[in-house]
Design a protein around this ligand. Structure first.
Ligand SMILES: [Zn+2]
Length: 320
């Protein structure tokens, strides 16, 4: 979206120059111009506030605070005005959690195929290509080993930008392989969830991932190792119905939407009005589904103390 003042200065869409305007005696036109401008704003065509579209500014959707994107990023994309947690991508998430430079990715080469030749409004193959180009990722999860304040940990981070963080075969396989490595190396595990659910374009193959990951988690648990899911906005569908809810400790970010089916579906089924905070992290903590809500600014410190409490020790990652 074009910055408002840029347009104004260039005179391409701004009001006629005041001097010429007054000289023409056409005061009504100036009024009309402002009226049109308001109409455009209400239809979302033009914004007077700087937004993320111009690449420099970000406006908080909760409190309206406008800040430099650079300052927002420096604060882990948490609003300085109201603590709203803006959505972040997988590499930003890794930077928030892992010690700088400690993350070692695994199975980056795994790439999805289109086994069903699926096509809805658009072909699945096209959707994949588009997501890969826009994110630079092969699929919607990044997995690897890292250190948190020196303590070794296996880490998976789902990336909502990639087809809504949907769980297809590659997402399932990468998470499963990571859990198996964590079990073998006796490492604690954190999976950062951000997902719209199973990837319908892979049909049953995507649903199978729920059972496969849950099975691998069971073997990790049998080895008496710590598993923590971190539920971020939004965590829904098949991810909630499997590994997001299987943690020894279930962590969540403030105000994250966490649920299985959508609010409207549940309301229609129950024929009941649901509370306003239904399916928020706070509501789920109150009902005992979430153990603790951790602000992103406190994430690394909190994780490190949880790891220490569960007996983690500093260790080398490379070739361990
Ligand atoms: Zn805010």
């Amino acid at each position: 979206m074009q910055p408002f003042f840029g347009d104004f200065a260039s005179g391409t869409t701004g009001p006629p120059k005041n001097q010429a305007f007054i000289e023409s005696g056409n005061r009504m036109s100036l009024f009309d111009w402002f009226a049109d401008r308001r109409k455009e704003q209400s239809t979302g065509k033009v914004t007077q506030e700087p937004d993320e579209g111009d690449g420099l500014w970000s406006k908080c959707p909760e409190c309206g605070l406008v800040v430099y994107l650079k300052d927002l990023r420096a604060n882990a994309s948490v609003c300085a005005g109201c603590s709203h947690h803006h959505r972040i991508n997988s590499s930003e998430r890794i930077a928030v959690i892992a010690d700088p430079g400690s993350f070692e990715a695994l199975n980056e080469e795994l790439t999805p195929t289109d086994p069903l030749g699926f096509k809805d409004r658009r072909a699945y193959a096209d959707r994949l290509r588009e997501s890969q180009a826009s994110t630079g990722l092969n699929d919607g999860v990044v997995t690897g080993l890292c250190r948190v304040e020196g303590l070794a940990m296996a880490l998976a981070v789902m990336d909502f930008r990639f087809m809504g963080g949907s769980m297809g075969s590659v997402v399932g396989e990468k998470i499963t392989r990571l859990i198996e490595v964590a079990t073998e190396k006796r490492l604690p595990l954190l999976i950062v969830c951000a997902s719209g659910g199973a990837r319908m374009q892979e049909g049953m193959l995507s649903l199978m991932q729920m059972a496969k990951i849950s099975g691998a988690l069971e073997r990790h648990r049998d080895s008496e190792l710590l598993y923590m899911p971190l539920l971020t906005h939004p965590t829904t569908g098949g991810v909630t119905a499997s590994f997001a809810m299987l943690g020894d400790l279930i962590l969540a970010e403030p105000k994250a939407l966490i649920g299985f089916a959508g609010r409207r579906v549940i309301e229609q089924t129950l024929r009941e009005k649901l509370p306003d905070d239904f399916q928020t992290a706070e509501y789920l903590q109150d009902k005992g589904f979430v153990d603790t809500i951790v602000s992103r600014n406190q994430m690394r410190v909190t994780l490190a103390s949880l790891l220490r409490l569960h007996g983690s020790r500093p260790m080398e990652l490379a070739s361990t």
